[in-house]
Design a protein around this ligand. Structure first.
Ligand SMILES: [Zn+2]
Ligand SMILES: [Zn+2]
Length: 256
């Protein structure tokens, strides 16, 4: 199995997960770009839109939904999201491609299994997920204010992690953000600070954790160097071992 962030941050998020083997399964997790932009990013990654077997949408915020409706309809791709997310974005299921995802229900595709779970975030019914091909397990965790016991349990045994490192607490406190926004971002239903992400990474660390990708970095309130330092400390690795998913390019394909 391999995966690649196509871009990550408050201006748009999308991640490809691909099973290995002859019958390749491609899943797009989130779709937070305009259609033209997303197609360009897919092309760069070497995956054509009609090779996508499924789209999974984590929640209704625009940096995750983007062109989902157009992409799904145009290329006839089934879309999984929670009932709350579908209601919140007013998803029009005219083509019958909408599938309901729920906390704890396994989505079995031809070659990949998706396991969504609830996270605390200021959205109607947000889900994050793990993906497995039966051998390797990838955890995708962005857009949450804090880690619950269930989040930590679901991420146990992951061989790779895409982990939100939204802000540095000091930079957020000193930023020009208005007080309500600082409270929202730093609150229990907002986004993870670097130190919170480091605690999560440390809690799920095991000898076969191969890749940690830091994602959803704030442009204003964070710096890649701070993220790498903070996570490297928690994981007892080198700062260079922490991969940053950028807004512009995401990250390279990574195999697990
Ligand atoms: Zn987001
Ligand atoms: Zn969000």
């Amino acid at each position: 199995m391999r995966f690649k962030s196509l871009g990550s941050g408050s201006s748009g998020n999308a991640t490809l997960v691909q099973s290995s083997g002859s019958d390749t399964c491609n899943v797009l997790i989130d779709c937070g770009f305009g259609l033209r932009q997303l197609l360009q990013r897919l092309e760069k990654s070497g995956v054509l839109p009609d090779q996508l077997d499924a789209i999974f949408i984590t929640h209704e915020h625009g940096d995750h939904t983007g062109c989902v409706q157009a992409l799904s309809n145009q290329y006839n791709i089934p879309v999984w999201m929670s009932a709350g997310t579908a209601a919140a974005i007013g998803y029009v299921n005219a083509s019958g491609l909408l599938r309901t995802a729920s906390n704890g229900d396994v989505i079995a595709l031809n070659g990949l299994q998706l396991c969504p779970f609830t996270v605390p975030h200021d959205a109607r019914e947000p889900l994050q997920l793990t993906c497995t091909d039966g051998a390797a397990k990838l955890g995708v965790l962005t857009d949450l204010g804090h880690a619950t016991a269930q989040v930590l349990e679901k991420l146990q045994g992951c061989h790779a992690l895409i982990l939100e490192c939204n802000h540095d607490t000091d930079l957020l406190a000193a930023s020009v953000y208005p007080p309500f926004l600082k409270r929202r971002v730093g609150g229990h239903y907002g986004h993870l600070a670097n130190s919170q992400a480091a605690d999560i990474a440390g809690a799920v660390l095991h000898s076969r954790l191969k890749h940690v990708v830091a994602a959803h970095l704030s442009q204003q309130n964070n710096l890649p160097e701070l993220v790498q330092k903070c996570l490297a400390q928690a994981l007892s690795c080198s700062a260079n071992d922490i991969i940053i998913a950028s807004q512009k390019d995401g990250c390279p394909w990574l195999s697990v």
